[in-house]
Unconditional design. Structure first.
Length: 119
């Protein structure tokens, strides 16, 4: 049987966004934009790592943070097995992705607006 969809309320969204920021700071990655929604997360990150590794780090940091603050248990499944990842090679592609993450998701939830890595 499939687990119920993991939903992030406002408190959980804040914890997840903070964990993404901390993960980027710890790893030396540049977080240009992030938008934590009720059922998923979008982020634009500048790093030499593969996007799948970045996504894995975000999921791990967020899961540990949610458990640490008492909002979740470690046993509860939280994330899909995978997610959509892609490389952004051109500056205009990065700007388009940032625009989509910040303005193309509907109502603002938990948002991080950072400068572009070349700013």
């Amino acid at each position: 049987m499939r687990a119920a969809t993991f939903r992030l309320d406002a408190s959980r969204r804040r914890v997840v966004l903070d964990s993404i920021r901390q993960s980027c700071q710890f790893r030396g990655w540049w977080l240009s934009a992030a938008h934590v929604r009720s059922t998923h997360v979008h982020a634009v990150v500048a790093t030499g790592e593969k996007p799948e590794r970045v996504m894995g780090e975000f999921k791990a940091y967020a899961s540990r943070a949610l458990v640490r603050v008492g909002l979740e248990t470690s046993a509860r499944p939280k994330w899909a097995t995978h997610g959509t990842t892609r490389w952004l090679w051109e500056e205009e592609d990065v700007w388009a992705a940032v625009e989509y993450v910040l303005k193309g998701q509907g109502e603002d939830m938990e948002i991080h607006r950072g400068p572009a890595p070349w700013s």
